[in-house]
Design a protein around this ligand. Sequence first.
Ligand code: T5A
Length: 216
Amino acid sequence: MRGRLLVLEGIDGCGKTTQLDHLANWLPISGLMPEGAKLHLTREPGGTAFGSAVRQLLLHPLGDADPEPLAELLLYAADRAQHVAQLIRPALEVGDWVLSDRFSGSTLAYQGYGRELDIDLIEQLEQIATAGLVPDLTFWLELSVEESLARRHARSDDRIEAEGADFLTRVAKGFAVLARQRGWVSLNAHQQAQAVSVALENKLLDYFGSLPERVR
Ligand code: T5A
């Protein structure tokens, strides 16, 4: 795989979208991307046309169409399988870079730690949906549950956000465990957005600067 997959993770409102917008402008002029490589900005759920329909089912189901926890887990896996097969892998194969707002870590955090579904099962599904694809670098924007709720003015914009503070606290703990286990880069998301952007840039420069020339 010649391209790079970079992922932003964290609880709702941690600033992923804000930083994705920043990196969309900065990465192409950073000197890190090889000449001719494109940058693809994407997200889960909903990175493909199929995924957009799944996103609607997951986050804004009509009437009493709420999925059961296991059905919810399988829908996130289906979204990811399509995302990897249709967008991410083809982009990486031609040497492009992909920057994704969430990836499989979110399923472990939300459905594993939040919903308390079986972690082994989720890891098996992760293998199936990603066909073993692992991000080059995952950033965890670490934010307290209190600040997450405050930034969103305690508003619930979708079905998962409506789960409330206890659920989000389990999810936040899950992210902390995953970041440690999987060697994610942690960033303090309580700082001003501009300071988070600078920290991200520095981490990216350090990471790619430390790689041997032949794998850059
Ligand atoms: N989900 C997802 C699962 O349950 N399982 C899965 O496998 C996956 C992939 C997705 C939902 O699905 C769940 C998780 C989610 O609940 P989404 O619409 O994609 O839903 O929602 P989020 O990813 O939660 O995105 P949000 O838009 O809510 O949060 P962001 O993108 O992290 O934050 P952002 O940048 O939009 O910022 C939120 C607010 O804070 C301000 C912004 O201006 C904005 O108002 N802000 C800051 N304020 C102060 N200081 C800073 N540093 C700030 N940065 C941003």
